[in-house]
Design a protein around this ligand. Structure first.
Ligand SMILES: [Zn+2]
Length: 399
């Protein structure tokens, strides 16, 4: 199976040594309800995991929870709530939403606040290598220490600075040697949670969290790193600089896979803009299968412009697929060459950069054949079983 790698812009083999895929996906910062953009991102990796496992590949799936960072602390301040209570509440909502969407939970879901010693160990090692410097209790990563810096996003310096400003990465901080340098440990600020460290009390920077958690649970080098497209810069660029810059094992993850944004009125759906459609609101009106079908009908790397009428139309499509699974029996005596050909075509589509639109087209074609069979009062139990099996690969329950 190959996936288009963001770093090289080429399709690259996903399955690693020992028929194992070690994958790390950047999870949520739990300070708001799951919107359709999150749902899309995590459902794409869900299909990837399902497909690999059904193929007999062992997958170790790690998805972190960023339960301490600027956005969560700011929201907690606004709400007058302890940041960990806020995180707990939204993590529960996120887990419920993911379960309702029939998503397989990750094998490990580390929380940043539980991994501070690991982060400090990594920061110390980066400092020892001369790739960071301490200024007034903050430790900054020295971007100039990694010659490949910028290769993942391919942004030029002006664009990096502009995006950093958007992400409140504070390029104007006078303590930085280079405006692109970023904090891996932030000196304590009154009112914020702090941990003791050799550099004084403070808290970890956002990017070091994922470098530390991925290394702890997957090793210094692993097979696939994923997340939403908006994480390519600065988050993944900085993670890559820290991890690979430090270990010397560039590019740290063999494949970097990113999922396109969901847009509303042409603008990216995001918490900061407030233009969101929430998964749980949709789940009150549509089945999880319809939401999946809608999200997976678009190539995963491309932006998806949310259109409720199209989502509503997916409900009818799901009903047709469901009807086509009636009487499914994979052990039925009568073989069905259409089922075998369709199955191979759908699996080949998923092997080809997780082409879910093509796999769904095959599935719907098979369902149309099943419908014709039924109309002729000659249903094929094997064909129905194949439709159910392929549906399961895409996380469709069809029940
Ligand atoms: Zn991350």
């Amino acid at each position: 199976m190959k996936v288009l790698d963001t770093l090289t812009r080429e399709p690259r083999a996903v399955i690693g040594e020992g028929n194992l895929v070690r994958m790390y996906v950047c999870g949520v910062t739990p300070y708001d309800t799951t919107h359709l953009g999150h749902a899309r991102t995590f459902l794409v990796y869900d299909v990837l995991v399902r497909h690999l496992r059904a193929r007999g590949v062992a997958v170790r799936y790690v998805r972190n929870v960023t339960d301490v960072d600027d956005s969560i602390l700011e929201r907690a301040r606004q709400m007058g709530e302890h940041y960990l209570d806020l995180a707990e509440r939204y993590m529960r909502i996120f887990d419920q939403d993911m379960r309702a969407l029939n998503a397989i939970p990750p094998d490990v879901a580390p929380r940043a606040t539980q991994e501070i010693p690991e982060m400090q160990r990594l920061i110390r090692a980066i400092l020892d290598k001369g790739q960071a410097y301490v200024r007034q209790g903050t430790v900054y990563f020295r971007v100039a220490s990694v010659p490949q810096y910028g290769s993942l996003s391919r942004f030029d310096r002006a664009r990096m600075l502009a995006v950093n400003r958007e992400f409140s990465e504070n390029p104007d901080d006078p303590l930085k040697e280079d405006p692109l340098d970023f904090p891996i440990w932030k000196a304590a600020v009154p009112g914020e949670p702090t941990w003791d460290s050799p550099w004084g009390p403070g808290r970890p920077g956002w990017h070091i969290e994922c470098s530390a958690m991925s290394e702890r649970y997957l090793g210094v080098e692993f097979d696939l790193h994923g997340g939403g497209e908006d994480l390519i810069f600065p988050h993944h660029e900085n993670e890559l600089a820290q991890s690979a810059g430090f270990s010397g094992r560039y590019p740290f993850a063999h494949v970097w896979m990113h999922v396109g944004m969901v847009r509303l009125g042409g603008i990216k759906m995001s918490k900061s803009l407030g233009n969101m459609v929430f998964a749980r609101d949709l789940l009150r009106r549509y089945t999880s299968d319809a939401i999946r079908l809608y999200l997976l009908r678009q190539p995963y790397r491309e932006p998806l412009d949310y259109d409720e009428a199209e989502l509503a139309a997916c409900e009818a499509r799901v009903q047709q697929l469901r009807a086509a699974t009636e009487g499914a029996n994979s052990r039925a005596a009568r073989p069905d060459s259409r089922a075998e050909t369709g199955r191979e075509a759908a699996l080949a589509a998923l092997d080809d950069n997780l082409d879910t639109p093509r796999a769904l087209a095959v599935l719907e074609q098979l369902a149309a054949q099943a419908r014709e069979d039924r109309e002729r009062a000659d249903p094929s139990p094997v064909l129905a079983a194949t439709i159910r099996e392929l549906g399961e690969r895409l996380g469709l329950m069809l029940r």
